[in-house]
Design a protein around this ligand. Structure first.
Ligand SMILES: [Zn+2]
Ligand SMILES: [Zn+2]
Length: 155
């Protein structure tokens, strides 16, 4: 079984420093693009995501439920200074998925800012502009009154 001290030395021997400050992992890589390292733990072979392992060696334990976000967007980078523990949701929001791009939009289609007060959450996860929604309801109410009035005068 390898001791943690050996792991640190082993990891350091497999890191390539780049001009951007990234510590690029030169060992094996998962299909997901993240670096991988197999270690013998309690007599069993276990494969670790190297950026998480390095972070735990150099910084400390990652709080449960948190994932490490690569601030440098370089998946094989293991520089703890380029890694920040975030919730999985935050990590998705920082990405470039449709949900992330949509969530980052800060204005509604009519140009009202999505502030905390002006944002209504929809069940679908989307956002609705409170100003637009109020205006829409006012128009609907006006229409309703108008229709009622017209209906009454027809009689
Ligand atoms: Zn980096
Ligand atoms: Zn609006």
């Amino acid at each position: 079984m390898q001791k943690i001290v050996d792991v640190k030395a082993h990891v350091q021997s497999k890191i390539r420093l780049t001009v951007s400050g990234c510590w690029e992992w030169t060992g094996s890589v998962f299909d997901s693009g993240y670096g991988a390292l197999s270690l013998c733990v309690n007599g069993r072979s276990k494969t670790f995501r190297i950026h998480r392992l390095v972070y735990e060696i150099f910084v400390g334990p990652i709080p449960t439920g948190l994932t490490l976000d690569h601030l440098c967007k370089n998946k094989i980078c293991v520089n703890p200074e380029h890694l920040e523990p975030v919730t999985a949701k935050e990590n998705i929001l920082r990405g470039s998925s449709f949900a992330a791009v949509n969530a980052r939009k800060s204005y509604c289609k009519n140009g009202h800012k999505f502030t905390f007060e002006n944002t209504q959450r929809e069940k679908s996860g989307g956002r609705r502009c409170r100003i637009c929604n109020l205006q829409y309801q006012k128009i609907k109410a006006k229409q309703y009154r108008l229709e009622k009035k017209l209906g009454a005068s027809e009689k």
